[in-house]
Ligand binder design. Structure first.
Ligand SMILES: [Zn+2]
Length: 182
């Protein structure tokens, strides 16, 4: 049986926009800021995960709080800074763009074993909420392999971002997927 990421809010396990809206309209405020995650989602348990490398946990936590050096943030310090995404050279680079909307992110998610379209989410924290909720009580033990892969893809999209900026080398989506699987 192939690995598959299960969306827990629909009976068939497939993501639907309407179920995501119901989630976001419920007791979880909709925001690109991750502070709300502490309560309802018991997000503090995130730090108990044994199956994520600590450096990736810290990175994802920073990304959730919009505290990584994406180019839109750097532009706040230097108004003339080119905040264009180094991959698509079209949209401004942000956390949401880098992990959800950039063509390379979409190609990586869809081309990976997850075969998913996460650009249906509005913000990166919403994607992480969906992971967290669907992970359920398996968060501490041995989760379905989809989850470690998803977290690894996020990390390797960031590494690919650093490689293109600092080395001028573009990792194609297949290489990002391959490295995320290792
Ligand atoms: Zn882009």
């Amino acid at each position: 049986m192939e690995d598959q990421l299960i969306w827990s809010l629909t009976p068939h396990g497939q993501f639907t926009t309407s179920s995501a809206y119901r989630l976001l309209d419920s007791d979880l405020p909709c925001s690109s800021n991750a502070n709300f995650l502490y309560g309802e989602c018991e997000w503090s348990n995130f730090w108990k995960l044994k199956w994520i490398h600590p450096k990736i946990m810290i990175f994802i936590w920073r990304a959730l709080n919009d505290a990584i050096s994406t180019r839109n943030k750097l532009k706040l310090w230097k108004p003339n800074f080119d905040s264009c995404c180094p991959f698509c050279l079209f949209e401004e680079e942000s956390v949401d763009h880098l992990f959800l909307f950039c063509p390379i992110a979409k190609a990586v998610w869809f081309g990976s074993d997850l075969g998913a379209r996460f650009d249906l989410f509005k913000h990166f924290p919403e994607l992480m909420i969906s992971f967290w909720i669907s992970l359920g009580s398996a968060y501490l033990s041995s989760p379905h392999p989809s989850y470690p892969l998803a977290f690894s893809i996020i990390w390797h999209l960031w590494l690919a971002h650093n490689v293109v900026i600092f080395c001028g080398v573009v990792w194609p989506p297949e290489l990002v997927i391959c490295k995320a699987r290792e």
